[in-house]
Design a protein around this ligand. Structure first.
Ligand code: FAD
Length: 495
C-alpha cells in the first residue's frame, strides 16, 4: 500500500488547467526549503505559493523537547520562506478542515506535501487526499523524507526485509535515485496571504519552569543549523575516524544531525549527496559506516510502515507474555539518572540537560531499564519520546524494541549490557561520566564505573558519600542479570 501517492503522470495530466493557479505546500516533518519535493513541485506549477504548517490534532502528542525544537524550527522555516518572497501560514487543528478553508480563502487549485509513514499521519493524508480530490483539485504527495520508501525495497521472494543487512545490501544495489534538489530562488506571492496564527500563541516553549536553557545552548534548530552541522561533520574531520569514534560518548564523534533529520530540516538526500561528493576524501570505512547508519533510519521506517503500532506492540509476539516484574515506582530513579550506575546516570542526565544522548549510551541505558530493572521497554520509549529533541516515531520505537530483544533483527535478549565494562571500554578516561555526574569527578578513574567498590578512604578523599552525595546501586548487577535471563527463559518457553 502506498501512502495514497498520486503519480507524477497524474500531476502532469492536470497541470495545464491548473498551472499558474495558486498552490498550497503543506509542511510537516520537512521543515526545509532545500530539497523539498513538495515545494519544488508547487514552484514548477508556476503560480503563487502558499506555505502552511498545521499543528495537528489526533496525532501522538509530541514531547516537551520536540515542542521546544518545533517552535524554533518553525521560526527558522518562516524566515527562510520570507527570504525567498513567501510567507509561512500557521494553523492549528484538523488538516482536512484547515486545508479546505485555505483552498476557499486562496483559490488554490493544487496542494502538495511530502509523504510520511506513521499510521496516524498516513490516515490523515488519506482523508486530506480524498477531500481535495472530491473538490477536483490536484492533491499530490511526494517522496522527500526517505531515500527508499517502504515499498521500494522488497525481498525477491516478496514482502519487506525484517533483517537489516540484506535490507542495506538491497538499498545499495538499488542506488539512490536522485541528487539533492536546490531551494527555489523565489516564490510568487498570492494577492493576500491567508490568516495565520502567531507562533508564540501555540505555547510550545516551556515556562514555569523553563528547563530549555541547557538545550538551547547545545543546538541551533533550523535548516541553516542543520547545514552547518553537516558541513562541519564532513569537512572538519568529524567523519574521519567515525567508525571507531562513533562509540565514544565523551567526544563529538558522530554527526549530531538526528534532531535536524527528525524535523526534516535536512533530508537524507542532502546528507547522502554531500557525503558521497567526489571531491571529499573520506576514508572508505568511515563513509561506509556513516551511510550504514543513515540506512538504519530507512530500515526503521520500513518496519514502522508495515507495523504501524511499533511503538506500542512487540514486533515479536512471543514477548507479549514477558514478565516485566520490575517495580515501576523506581522508574523516576532511572529517568533522573539516580540508578547508582555512573554510566547509566551520565546518559540519562545528558538526555535531560541537552535533549540528546549518545547512541552507545542510549543502548546502555535502555538495556539497564529492560534487563536490570525488568521494566517494560514502553516506559523507556515514552520517556525518550518526551525528552529527546530527535524523538522519532520510527527510530525510537525500532531501537527500543531492538534493545529489548522484541524487535526485528534485535539484539538477543541474553546480551545484557554490563554498565561497568561498557564504561571502561567506551569512556576509558571517564570524561563523559565526570561531565554529567560531577559529584564523582574526583574519584580515580579505576572506581568511576562502580563507586561502591572504592575503599572508604578513596571515597572520602573524593568527597563521595554513597547514599548521600551519590546513590548506592539500585540493583545488584549479577543478580539482576540472572533474574533477567530467567524471565527471558519463560518467554522462550511461551514461544
Ligand atoms: P550519527 O551516528 O551521526 O548517524 C547519522 C544519522 O543516522 C542519525 O542522525 C540518524 O538519523 C541515523 N541513525 C544513526 N543510528 C541509528 C539507529 N541506530 N537507528 C536508526 N537511525 C540511526 N534516533 C533518532 O533519530 N530518534 C530517536 O528517537 C531514537 N531513539 C533511540 C532509542 C534507543 C533506545 C536507541 C538505542 C537508539 C535510538 N536512536 C534514535 C538511534 C540513534 O541513537 C540516534 O539516531 C543517534 O544517536 C543520533 O545521533 P547522530 O545524529 O550523531 O548519529
Amino acid at each position: 500500500m502506498k501512502n495514497g501517492s498520486n503519480t507524477v503522470s497524474e500531476s502532469v495530466k492536470t497541470k495545464p488547467s491548473n498551472a499558474c493557479k495558486p498552490s498550497i505546500v503543506w509542511f510537516r516533518r520537512d521543515l526545509r526549503i532545500t530539497d523539498n519535493s513538495a515545494l519544488r513541485e508547487a514552484v514548477k506549477f508556476g503560480g503563487p505559493v502558499i506555505c502552511v504548517f498545521i499543528l495537528e490534532s489526533g496525532q501522538r502528542a509530541i514531547g516537551g523537547a520536540s515542542k521546544w525544537w518545533l517552535h524554533h524550527s518553525l521560526a527558522a522555516l518562516s524566515a527562510s520562506i520570507t527570504q525567498i518572497g513567501g510567507q509561512l501560514v500557521l494553523r492549528r487543528g484538523n488538516p482536512v478542515e484547515i486545508l479546505d478553508d485555505l483552498v476557499d480563502a486562496s483559490g488554490a487549485q493544487n496542494v502538495f506535501w511530502n509523504r510520511r509513514y506513521d499510521a496516524a499521519g498516513m490516515e490523515t493524508d488519506k482523508r486530506v487526499k480524498a477531500r481535495l480530490t472530491e473538490r477536483n483539485l490536484v492533491a499530490q504527495s511526494l517522496k522527500s523524507n526517505l531515500l527508499f520508501e517502504p515499498w521500494d525495497i522488497e525481498k525477491k521472494s516478496g514482502g519487506y526485509y525484517k533483517v537489516y543487512t540484506p535490507f542495506k545490501r538491497a538499498c545499495l544495489s538499488a542506488g539512490v535515485d536522485r541528487p539533492a534538489l536546490a531551494a527555489p530562488d523565489r516564490l510568487l506571492s498570492p494577492e493576500a496571504h491567508p490568516d495565520s496564527d502567531t507562533l508564540e500563541d501555540w505555547g510550545l516553549l516551556p515556562t514555569n519552569p523553563d528547563w530549555s536553557k541547557t538545550i538551547a545552548a547545545t543546538w541551533t534548530p533550523g535548516e541553516e543549523g542543520a547545514k552547518a552541522r553537516l558541513s562541519a561533520f564532513l569537512h572538519d574531520d568529524g567523519i574521519v575516524g567515525y567508525r571507531e569514534q562513533r562509540n565514544l560518548p565523551a567526544i563529538e564523534g558522530t554527526s549530531r544531525l538526528s534532531p535536524h533529520i527528525a524535523f526534516g530540516e535536512i533530508s537524507p538526500y542532502q546528507i547522502w549527496s554531500a557525503a558521497t561528493a567526489p571531491d571529499l576524501d573520506i576514508p572508505a570505512q568511515d563513509l561506509e559506516t556513516f551511510l550504514s547508519e543513515v540506512l538504519w533510519r530507512e530500515f526503521s521506517y520500513t518496519l514502522l510502515f508495515y507495523n504501524p503500532d511499533l511503538a506500542s506492540r512487540n514486533f515479536q509476539p512471543r514477548f507479549d507474555g514477558f514478565p516485566w516484574e520490575g517495580d515501576a515506582d523506581r522508574l523516576p530513579l532511572w529517568q533522573n539518572g539516580q540508578t547508582g550506575y555512573p554510566m547509566v546516570d551520565a546518559g540519562l542526565r545528558q538526555l535531560w540537560q541537552t535533549g540528546w544522548m549518545h547512541n552507545r549510551v542510549r543502548m546502555i541505558t535502555a538495556s539497564f531499564l529492560v534487563k536490570h530493572m525488568l521494566l517494560d521497554w514502553r516506559h523507556g520509549e515514552d520517556w525518550f519520546w518526551d525528552t529527546l529533541v530527535d524523538a522519532d516515531p520510527a527510530n525510537n520505537a525500532a531501537s527500543w524494541q531492538w534493545v529489548a530483544g522484541s524487535g526485528a533483527d534485535a539484539a538477543p535478549y541474553f546480551r545484557i549490557f554490563n554498565p561497568m565494562s561498557q564504561g571502561e571500554k567506551f569512556d576509558r578516561e571517564g570524561a563523559y561520566i565526570r561531565q554529567f555526574v560531577p559529584e564523582l569527578k574526583d574519584l580515580p578513574t579505576k572506581y568511576l564505573y562502580a563507586p561502591w567498590k572504592a575503599p572508604a578512604d578513596v571515597l572520602k578523599k573524593a568527597g563521595v558519600e554513597l547514599g548521600k552525595t551519590y546513590p548506592k546501586p539500585i540493583v545488584e548487577h549479577s543478580l539482576a542479570r540472572e533474574k533477567a535471563l530467567s524471565a527471558f527463559a519463560k518467554t522462550k518457553e511461551a514461544a
